[in-house]
Write a protein that binds this ligand. Structure first.
Ligand SMILES: [Zn+2]
Ligand SMILES: [Zn+2]
Length: 414
């Protein structure tokens, strides 16, 4: 068996892991580089070369850095993903189709094969892949147990413990995974061990307080982060404010409610107030009394401006619920839209991690080490999804860049 880490050891994003054995070849994730990355992206011919003779690709979740190149994969290669994740991707591409041609992306999404949690999928009777749910800032995210040639490999994908469903992480590892031979784990937070971890529950509490103090709040956040949206939605229910959503956000919430609303009332968004077909002046009456929190995205500048013009009786506030790197001016990951939106609110901003309104979608360092201890990988650990230079220190053998041969296993880390 050969394991190749094509990308991820020196960058967060663009994750591609290949596992090959006699008569079977699979990939875990086939992501694109994060926006703002200086690295050259793979071209169609590169993807075709890499996936020649491949049987299947398994996607851990719908973030672009894990699934972004799925439309370049040849049609004969099976692509697997969670059913809810596929629906969210469809919503996203349909909405974006209004501005650009995404027919290739949509067609590839329609071809995806949904897998079920804990259902063991056989690839040519050589490699067996079983998805297990993980909590992440994406909905319907999974880690994979891969069994091949008598060896067990755990590929964590992106995960965390401090989300609403994160408490299931260790019971799942203990009950279903057990000890493994090799651990391929994300290491996003390596080197950020000092960063204080805010829980989703704390974000909800802070939002309740903000909604008591202010009548009109916009929350700049990811439109597909189920936990964050649940925190804001619940804070609205508790304070009697409207949870105001545009048409696209409403569609995504319907997917969340359909798949997860029965599992937990937290994810049942049936009282969201859809703006579909409404003009700001038409919602004025209802909204004026109740006040609102409205989740918005990077491209929502105009709708925020429109709504702000209608509600002038109290100053609106912004909850900035994203990574602070986008908001910094003249830096690698600066985002002009984010900066423009923030300027609308001047100093009326509840600011990210600092003020307790954002938290990472990724495991903190102590969780990473606890996962490692729990699955106790006999051969070692390959840390991926981490910045260059970040080291994973451990009693277990760590595979950084290089080629290795151990116990019939070949490991190639690019
Ligand atoms: Zn990622
Ligand atoms: Zn992710």
């Amino acid at each position: 068996m050969k394991i190749t880490i094509h990308r991820g050891v020196n960058q967060i994003g663009g994750c591609i892991t290949e596992i090959t054995t006699e008569n079977a070849k699979i990939f875990i994730d086939f992501g694109s580089n994060l926006p703002g990355s200086q690295k050259e992206e793979l071209k169609t011919e590169d993807v075709e070369r890499m996936t020649a003779n491949a049987d299947a690709i398994f996607y851990s979740h719908y973030h672009g850095d894990h699934v972004g190149l799925h439309h370049l994969i040849p049609n004969n290669v099976k692509q697997y993903m969670g059913a809810g994740a596929i629906d969210v991707m469809r919503c996203k591409y349909e909405a974006l189709s209004a501005h650009q041609d995404l027919s290739q992306e949509l067609a590839a999404t329609e071809r995806m094969i949904p897998f079920k949690e804990r259902e063991r999928i056989s690839v040519n009777n050589r490699i067996f892949v079983t998805p297990y749910f993980v909590s992440h800032s994406a909905f319907d995210a999974y880690m994979f147990l891969i069994e091949c040639e008598g060896k067990k490999i755990l590929h964590t994908g992106d995960f965390r413990r401090h989300g609403y469903l994160g408490k299931g992480l260790f019971p799942t590892l203990e009950k279903f995974i057990g000890k493994v031979d090799l651990l391929i784990t994300e290491g996003t937070m390596l080197g950020r061990s000092q960063e204080q971890v805010v829980t989703e529950g704390q974000i909800k509490q802070n939002t309740i307080k903000a909604l008591h103090d202010h009548k009109y709040i916009f929350a700049l956040c990811s439109s597909t982060d189920i936990d964050r949206l649940a925190s804001f939605y619940d804070a609205c229910k508790i304070t009697g404010r409207l949870f105001l959503v545009d048409e696209y956000q409403n569609k995504v919430l319907k997917v969340f409610s359909e798949y997860s609303g029965k599992k937990s009332p937290l994810y049942n968004f049936d009282r969201a107030f859809g703006l579909q077909g409404y003009k700001p002046y038409r919602i004025e009456k209802i909204t004026r009394d109740k006040g609102f929190l409205m989740p918005v995205r990077m491209n929502s500048l105009w709708i925020i401006k429109d709504i702000m013009q209608v509600f002038t009786d109290e100053a609106p506030w912004l909850i900035y619920s994203m990574w602070d790197g986008y908001a910094k001016e003249n830096e690698t990951y600066s985002n002009e839209n984010v900066i423009s939106i923030r300027k609308l609110f001047e100093n009326h901003i509840y600011d990210g991690v600092r003020d307790g309104f954002h938290t990472s979608g990724h495991a903190d360092v102590s969780t990473l080490y606890e996962v490692c201890k729990t699955v106790s990988p006999s051969i070692g650990v390959i840390p991926i999804h981490k910045d260059a230079g970040m080291q994973y220190e451990s009693q277990y053998r760590i595979f950084n860049e290089g080629c290795y041969k151990i116990n019939g296993l070949e490991i190639d880390v690019h």
